[in-house]
Design a protein around this ligand. Sequence first.
Ligand code: SIN
Length: 529
Amino acid sequence: MEIISDFLIIGSGISGLTLALKVAEAGSVSLVTKTDIEESATYYAQGGIAGVLGPDDSFASHITDTETAGAGLCHSSVVKTVIEEGPALINELRELGIGFSDRTCGGLDLGKEGGHSIRRVVHAGDFTGRVIEEVLVKAVTGHKNISIYTDHIAVNLIKDGTSGRHRPGVVRGAYVLDKIASTVHTFLAKNTVLATGGAGKVYLYTSNPDVATGDGIAMAARAGLTISNMEFVQFHPTCLYHPHAKNFLISEAVRGEGAILRLADGRPFMKKYHPMAELGPRDIVARAIDFELKKSGQECVYLDMTDKSAKFIKERFPNIYERCLSFGFDMTVEPIPVVPAAHYICGGIKTDMSGRTELKGLYAIGECACTGLHGANRLASNSLLEGLVFSRRAALDMSASINTAHAEPLPSVPPWRPGSAVRSDEAVVITQNWEEIRRFMWNYVGIVRSERRLERALRRITLLEKEIEEYYWDFTITSDLVELRNIATVAGLIIRSAIMRKESRGLHYNIDYPERDDKNFGRDTEIKL
Ligand code: SIN
């Protein structure tokens, strides 16, 4: 089947949905999403959106905090633009009906998170993302110009009428697998937008939902685009440690309200590592926990909020309180066991200030993009902000050119050709490769890296990339196979980028090069397949 629209948007988190609503005023939109429309990292965001809204705050202060966390690699013009344009867009969300938490004495209740010198995180209790996602989903669902395709996973971009690699050109849309019908459809559009989110599933332990398999980054890399800063993978310091607590995050806002990290014997340890202690930048807190765990041989550290009243905890963190309780931890009376987990990828598809990629007709926004905002380490709660600002900027750019630059009719594109692929009866190959990648990425390319570990990881991924590529062409594609191939591509990009950076900075810490080297590495890492 061939589906033609003005805008093809792949992904349904805050970036994809906000963009869809904005461009739907200018033309028809096909919104493609892998599972249910709500399933996205946005839905699970607890902390909130950072923005200069409080009376004591200033753009200069938010800019300084962002650039300090970013360890010398933030692009100043991008930081300034995002921070200055953010507050108006947060207010737009309020006008759409998103109810952020207020203080009892009036005004927004602003939370504090690591690396922020002041309270500036707008939140809705501790389920901010869910509240945002639900309102946006409701708005797109009823929109006459937006067609939604759930259970559809994009496979490859269509470039110049073909899906060939290494050829510059125009992106015309994407081949998309309908997971239910097991059929690949051709989606054609004047503008294609990757809003596919992150890639936490590359790692064994992650706070991300299962959909975070780096699909957009992998498709863009295969189309020959520049991918930047992939070595900067952010590990969130505090995920609940319990065998059945799959990926459950304990928001940094808990530390923002005064929770203390303790070792198993009850000793606090963060003051040794940073003057801001528990609220130091995330890379430092995650590395400190990793160091203490390796030294003590313990499996987790503990987050202690018991000096706050039960009433405060239940009101401010209802979601975290209930979830911990369901696993047998009452955070009002005992510390919660926590460990770090892969949380956010600061690198991604290189874009300009309007979300444009190097290929005409292709945009990337949200976590899959590398705009220059985060540098070597993202400041907490700056990502939903980035999604809002860049979806608006991309929407303005696309809407302005929809009737001029892309006035020519779309070329005819051959349908997906499965070739001689047959149905595989060996699903075990996919599970085996998937587990192998996630485990060696965790062990060799995790919070602390070394040259030997990175070389080991490179040898393994090179072998697996070849094996997966052969498997991909020999067997009929399934969603699992598409995701495995993407995970392998993204893992390869992270490993190769980490090997290129012979220094330690922000989220990339290599024990063989423990110092920051501005002279040789004070720049983005760029890689092309
Ligand atoms: C959190 O709530 O700790 C996550 C916030 C973020 O990653 O920006």
